[in-house]
Design a binder for this molecule. Structure first.
Ligand SMILES: C[S@@+](CC[C@H](N)C(=O)[O-])C[C@H]1O[C@@H](n2cnc3c(N)ncnc32)[C@H](O)[C@@H]1O
Length: 280
């Protein structure tokens, strides 16, 4: 059997089960199973494969057929041009969250030696990226999940970028420190919409990273009301939100006295990120 025939086997298996990107996923898993690089894959289609490569590839395809996300199978995901290790303890970093990081960087450029708090850090993708992009910053990252924090610390090391990681419930543990920016991609999915999520998300990603009470707004609401205590005067709260939550979240910011509220759309035209300034 050669590389092309092995690839065809994987692609057809995924195609038969109606996966959205059978060709792409079959080739990514093939590179993982055989260790060859992209260029050699395209140039040497007739290279023969050995039994151990066939077995490994079949095992990876079997895992994908159960809907396990490719990122968990590979154990990694690219975010903001950096590599993050992922497993079932952490949400897989999403492209939409790169918009949150874009907006955070713009805000942080307005401060000297800014202090950042990332609430619900998960894989650490936001905190590690911001610390790397703004090396003069002091960055604290928190999560309630011990497993997530272990992954975040691993990603901090592999990217050679070191936020401070603290286990805690939202902002409860912060007593005296004040921050220029509180950033968060919190859980915001409504419990009753959980069953509508993609099977791979439902069955493999941590539910505690996705779902929040009060119609998905429970955690966002707590972050907004607790942030006032923890933000410096004229500091910013920057949040990722669900597709239909912008009106409610604007209201929450307004009720709590925040100013300069602005919503940003993602590439699909969906309200995805919101920022607000805390002014006494
Ligand atoms: C949507 S994930 C975001 C992960 C990562 N920041 C990202 O953007 O990929 C939300 C994270 O919040 C954490 N979390 C949920 N409830 C929390 C709480 N009460 N306090 C702190 N972190 C919490 C979850 O463990 C999860 O890692």
């Amino acid at each position: 059997m050669n590389i092309k025939e092995l690839y065809d086997f994987g692609r057809d298996a995924l195609l038969n089960q109606k996966f959205e990107n059978p060709g792409l996923e079959a080739s990514v898993l093939l590179l993982e199973a055989t260790g060859i690089d992209k260029l050699n894959f395209y140039k040497n289609h007739d290279r023969l494969v050995i039994d151990s490569e066939i077995d490994k590839y079949k095992e990876l395809i079997e895992r994908r057929l159960t809907s396990e996300p490719v990122a968990y199978i590979l154990g990694k995901k690219e975010f903001y041009s950096r590599e993050f290790s992922v497993d079932g303890n952490v949400l897989i970093p999403r492209p939409e969250t790169e918009l949150l990081v874009d907006k955070a960087i713009i805000i942080l450029k307005g401060f000297d030696y800014p202090s950042i708090l990332d609430v619900g850090t998960g894989s650490g993708c936001i905190a590690v990226t911001l610390k790397d992009e703004i090396p003069d910053s002091v960055c604290v990252a928190t999560d309630i999940s011990y497993g997530a924090l272990q992954k975040a610390k691993q990603n901090s090391k592999s990217n050679d970028c070191y936020p401070f990681f603290i286990k805690g419930n939202l902002l409860e543990f912060i007593k005296d420190s004040k921050f220029d920016l509180i950033v968060s991609n919190p859980p915001y999915v409504r419990e009753k919409l959980f069953h509508k999520l993609d099977r791979g998300v439902r069955n493999y990603e941590p539910k505690s990273a996705l779902v929040a009470g009060d119609n998905g707004l429970g955690i966002i609401s707590k972050i907004i009301s607790e942030s006032m205590r923890v933000l410096k005067n004229e500091g910013w709260c920057l949040l990722e939100i669900g597709f239909d939550q912008s009106v409610k979240v604007i209201e929450m910011f307004e009720l709590n006295g925040y100013k300069e509220i602005e919503v940003f759309r993602d590439l699909s035209g969906i309200d995805r990120v919101i920022k607000a300034k805390w002014k006494k």
